[in-house]
Write a protein that binds this ligand. Structure first.
Ligand code: PLP
Ligand code: COI
Length: 361
């Protein structure tokens, strides 16, 4: 893919950038540039460019605003101690975006083009990749958000004939305020996230829109995140609004809900491999809410944790629902060891024995 570049003349000053990188938060500040490429049935993908970051002008009839034909990805670029910059399994994000494209009837962007687009933006905005090596700097990274949407101005309900793919980037610190401490979960019994044949396995905005009312319920009940159960029986744990889940048992095995209607997380599949290397078998199967309640109460479940690109690996504390509560599991030991093993690879502090890291610069 041929990419043209227009440098930003209004780039953020070095002083302001240092301030932002000292305390980036999540999804608050955006880099100096953005990547765009457009698609039409006749021309295919064309007009790839990196331009100064800025607002889009959209026709009010732009299809995505009405019918939500949209998909996205979430990934990160990490700066290693020697200054080099790397991403984590970017071809997996590209492959998942291809699967999401299929479900949302959007055109396919090839893996190589996806990776090239992301790399080109990181190169253009490399000064925005935070340094995490200073003591107390925490685990900072540059969060990358590739997304694709129906950009045709047309109100008929059919796959758009004009589609736009973009990449934007935002420096990231801890996803949860207060750093790494167990998150409290709210079990929603009214709302579900995905049904059979639905969009649960696709990374599409609608899934997040549908999670918000349940998340509001969680917040109103003093919880950090919401847990969704399967839509058919309301019995099996699916995932959180933005993370996959794991249950550590006292015999050392780890259970994670099987794929189907959940998002197939890249952190999730990486942890399955990592845990194996640490001597823990991971079983992918249906896992009922009763098993969770009884397991924590009896001590058979020793740890619960959640994972995702934004939140990395986060211990899970208490589970609450209307009229009841399961206390936090006894330990966070293995959770923190898995977390450390993963971030050590991502930040270049441990050997990348799985070949997961992709060097950008
Ligand atoms: N589940 C949902 C609903 C998510 O939004 C995410 C975040 O991307 C995940 C799981 C974890 O996926 P990944 O590890 O690829 O970030
Ligand atoms: C991610 O972890 O990348 C996500 O997309 C989760 C959330 C920020 C939507």
């Amino acid at each position: 893919m041929e990419i043209s570049t227009t440098a930003s003349t209004a780039a953020v000053s070095d002083d302001r950038l240092a301030e932002i990188l000292a305390n980036p938060g999540f999804g608050l500040h955006f880099t100096d540039h953005m990547f765009t490429v457009e698609w039409t049935p006749d021309a295919g993908w064309h007009g790839a460019r990196i331009e100064p970051y800025g607002p889009l002008t959209l026709d009010p009839a732009t299809a995505v605003l009405h019918y939500a034909q949209e998909i996205f990805e979430g990934m990160k670029a990490y700066r290693h101690e020697d200054g080099s910059i790397w991403s984590f399994r970017p071809e997996e994000n590209a492959a998942r975006m291809m699967r999401s494209s299929h479900r949302l009837a959007l055109p396919v962007l090839e893996v190589d083009d996806f990776v090239q687009a992301v790399d080109a933006l990181v190169v253009a905005d490399q000064r925005w990749v935070p340094d995490s090596t200073e003591p107390g700097a925490g685990e900072k990274s540059l969060y990358l958000r590739p997304f694709m949407f129906a950009s045709e101005a047309f109100l008929g309900v059919r796959p758009a004939q004009h589609v736009t793919f973009m990449v934007i980037a935002s420096p990231a610190g801890a996803y949860f305020k207060g750093g790494i401490k167990p998150v409290t979960l709210w079990l929603t019994e009214e709302y579900t996230r995905a049904g059979r044949g639905g969009m649960g396995a696709a990374k599409t905005g609608g899934n997040y829109a549908s999670s918000l009312v349940a998340q509001q319920e969680a917040t109103a009940n003093g919880c950090d995140q919401v847990v969704f159960l399967d839509a058919q029986e309301g019995r099996y744990v699916e995932e959180l609004g933005g993370m996959n889940m794991y249950f550590v048992h006292d015999d050392g095995t780890i259970v994670t809900p099987e794929i189907g209607t959940i998002l197939e997380g890249i952190t999730r599949s990486s942890i399955i491999e990592l845990a194996g290397k640490l001597g823990h078998q991971v079983v992918e199967r249906k896992f009922s809410i009763d098993e969770w309640r009884e397991g924590v109460t009896s001590g058979r479940i020793t740890e619960v944790f959640a994972c995702g690109t934004a939140a990395v690996v986060t211990p899970v504390g208490a589970l609450k629902w209307d009229g009841g509560e399961v206390p936090a599991p006894a330990s966070t030991d293995l959770t923190m060891r898995i977390r450390q093993a993963l971030v050590d690879i991502q930040y270049g502090r441990a050997e990348d024995t799985f070949g997961w890291m992709h060097r950008i610069i």
